[in-house]
Write a new protein. Structure first.
Length: 473
């Protein structure tokens, strides 16, 4: 029989059909630093959802009381703030909207080049590479037949944003621009991108060349994890070699203003970044910054001269959220319980088992996300975790008498329901539960401030869950 599964947009096969939970529209991750909300701590949840103005906020419960953190005010049409260290989106505005990336495309180009080439390889530029450009495109005046090292080309690509250099690198790696674009799309898909399609390596205007703020953050994470790309994208100046047509070295300067301490836009903790602009894309900007061991990626798309102020607001917000979480402490409130269920003294984890269980499965280890089964609360269900539930089972997360794929608009019965692509849990009175732990079938799951199942990361109160949303001891 068909296993009960639902594939999330990041491509993970999740047991219980629990989709990866990420917001589509303006979303501040108010669950990031909320206090634990297990059975003994539910009262804390009620006061931590909104600030006094009603604006969505982050809340941390520390020794000095709750700290409210207002979401950033972003003017750009699309934006995302990604905690690359913990694999969590802290904020999204139109995160899945298809928007033109312009030259931030070149982060993907640089990543593929760094993964497939050595820096001392020679790139020979073809006539097609140096002429297949729109009017006004930024170039280094490279001519057909010119030769440069891959290293030189990467600096020309990311510092000068030279479009013919992007073409030349694409041909060097894949034989043609179109073949390289295919590789770009394959790489994007492997990184979990679902709203991205590239047709060139430079980001010049094309109606079929687009990405999203969410996807670009995933691409940037991979790019800045690459040592070569990170080094180039953090360099302020570089001398591009002379040629017969340009007999003097070309002094390149980083276009991203937040990297240079001499600029008013400089941001402490900056790692690197890439700028972009076309008539269709507007201003685009990708920025990586790191403080206290936490790396953030900020993406701004379709901005009109607010890309730096938007980015600063995003990064300030992210680091404030992280600092507040650390100040609130990494464990549950009160320091007496060892798991988020809120039961004190005897348990070893959120399953509630008294001292005899090291993981939600009861077997001493976390289950494999691709094979573990979800045991719901229905009557007559199997208690054997190895027996997968099937599509249409009445023993699914909807509880007794409900279909596993029931949607909230069809029924408000208590239990789990798939709503707008996210698994959500409804209380006995039919209201959606938020920012709390929920035990189902002996496993513990966390729903965030938007009510969506939280997966594959660290919860606000410091517990790790796998790709299925199951707590891992």
């Amino acid at each position: 029989m068909k296993n009960w599964k639902n594939v999330g947009r990041m491509g993970r096969a999740l047991c219980l059909g629990l989709a990866f939970s990420l917001s589509v529209s303006v979303t501040a991750a108010a669950d990031e630093i909320l206090p634990p909300t297990g059975p003994a701590l539910e009262a804390l949840n009620q006061s931590a959802q909104t600030g006094g103005s009603g604006q969505q906020t982050q809340a941390a419960q520390g020794t000095g009381g709750a700290v409210q953190i207002a979401e950033p005010q972003v003017q750009a049409q699309g934006a995302a703030l990604y905690d690359a260290t913990n694999g969590r989106f802290l904020y999204e505005k139109n995160g899945d909207a298809h928007l033109f990336p312009a030259s931030i495309t070149k982060l993907m180009t640089a990543l593929l080049v760094a993964e497939h080439c050595s820096l001392d390889e020679t790139v020979t530029f073809s006539q097609a590479a140096v002429t297949n450009l729109e009017s006004g495109a930024v170039t280094l005046k490279v001519k057909a037949g010119d030769q440069f090292s891959v290293k030189d080309c990467l600096y020309g690509l990311l510092l000068k944003s030279a479009n013919e250099v992007a073409n030349g690198l694409a041909e060097h790696v894949a034989g043609s621009v179109s073949a390289f674009a295919d590789r770009m799309n394959q790489k994007a898909a492997s990184l979990g991108c679902t709203n991205t399609h590239f047709v060139n390596p430079n980001g010049l205007n094309n109606s079929n060349h687009y990405t999203s703020a969410h996807d670009m953050a995933l691409i940037a994470k991979a790019a800045f994890e690459n040592d070569t790309v990170r080094q180039v994208a953090s360099t302020l100046t570089y001398d591009f070699p002379a040629t017969a047509s340009v007999p003097s070295a070309r002094h390149l300067q980083m276009g991203h203003k937040m990297l240079n301490p001499a600029n008013a836009e400089y941001y402490p903790g900056i790692v690197g970044g890439k700028t972009g602009y076309t008539s269709l894309a507007g201003n685009t900007l990708v920025t990586c910054a790191e403080r206290d061991g936490v790396r953030l990626i900020a993406v701004v798309l379709k901005s009109s001269q607010t890309h730096y102020s938007d980015t600063k607001s995003l990064l300030d917000y992210g680091f404030e959220v992280i600092a507040a979480k650390k100040a609130a402490g990494s464990g549950p409130a009160g320091g007496t319980q060892s798991g988020p269920s809120g039961v004190t003294g005897t348990q070893s984890g959120p399953s509630g088992a008294a001292g005899n269980q090291s993981g939600p499965s009861g077997s001493g280890s976390a289950q494999n996300p691709d094979t573990a089964s979800f045991q719901g609360t229905g009557t007559g269900q199997s208690t054997d975790p190895s027996v997968p539930l099937t599509e249409g089972s009445t023993d699914g997360p909807g509880g007794p008498g409900t279909d596993g794929f029931a949607r909230a608009e069809e029924t408000q019965t208590p239990g789990w329901h798939l709503v707008d692509g996210h698994w959500r849990h409804f209380a006995d009175d039919g209201t959606m539960e938020v920012s709390r732990w929920i035990e189902t079938g002996g496993y513990w799951y966390y729903v965030d401030a938007n009510g969506a199942l939280f997966t594959d990361g660290v919860t606000p109160d410091g517990y790790t869950v796998d790709a299925n949303g199951v707590w891992i001891s």
